[in-house]
Design a protein around this ligand. Structure first.
Ligand SMILES: [Zn+2]
Length: 219
């Protein structure tokens, strides 16, 4: 676990000698009448130098990460979604945010801040730090398109982790899954979602917050 006062960090870690240096409200449900709707995370992304196609790829990855929990990820202009949003959050891509500046033995990937007990609805993610993790994940040269694809996928995983802190209203880290405190180079080349899932108590918390029924057998 890596955290600093009033904030929450996701860091890369040292593996096998490689230096990585590493709205809140619950939706109202009328008594006895479950409201049929899909909880939504409305995600606004600050512009990236990589452009709209890059954003689309990150969105698709995020959708894949959250859809197993019955949650859709939408853009702010999807007006039909905003009304029922479980969470509206902005993503800022920056390598200069003070909270995610690299430090000895620590290379933060993303951060969310808590102010007065509440998480700000802003996720900061460092494209350079995530790219570094991508590059550490292979000794072989890769085509730039492959690197870009892995970068987008890993950025999405970091963003999903930070959104997890906001949705769970917790700075805690899990021993495994999406809410681990550290992502490693080996995670970059994992095509599946199995290393990026929520623990049962986490998915229950998210379900409760977003007005979903608790998953069967996990109440
Ligand atoms: Zn974290």
């Amino acid at each position: 676990m890596s955290s600093v006062r009033g904030s929450h960090l996701l860091t890369a870690s040292v593996v096998a000698g490689l230096l990585i240096s590493a709205s809140a409200g619950v939706a109202g449900q009328e008594p006895g009448v479950p409201t049929p709707r899909t909880p939504v995370i409305v995600l606004e992304m600050a512009e990236t130098a990589a452009g709209a196609g890059f954003e689309g790829r990150i969105r698709a990855e995020l959708e894949g990460l959250w859809s197993p929990y019955g949650i859709t990820v939408a853009a702010p202009d999807a007006s039909e979604s905003d009304a029922g949003a479980c969470l509206a959050v902005k993503v800022v891509f920056t390598d200069d945010e003070p909270g995610i500046k690299p430090a000895p033995n620590r290379r933060p990937l993303g951060i969310v801040y808590r102010v007065g007990g509440m998480y700000r609805r802003v996720v900061f993610v460092s494209p350079a730090a995530v790219m570094r993790l991508v590059r550490k994940s292979s000794n072989e040269p890769r085509a730039s398109a492959v690197v870009a694809s892995l970068h987008a996928r890993m950025l999405a995983r970091v963003i999903a982790h930070e959104i997890g802190h906001i949705l769970l209203e917790s700075e805690d880290h899990a021993p495994r899954g999406l809410m681990r405190g550290r992502f490693r180079p080996a995670d970059v080349v994992q095509p599946g979602l199995e290393r990026f899932t929520l623990e049962p108590h986490e998915s229950n918390r998210v379900a409760s917050r977003c007005g979903l029924p608790a998953p069967v057998g996990q109440r």
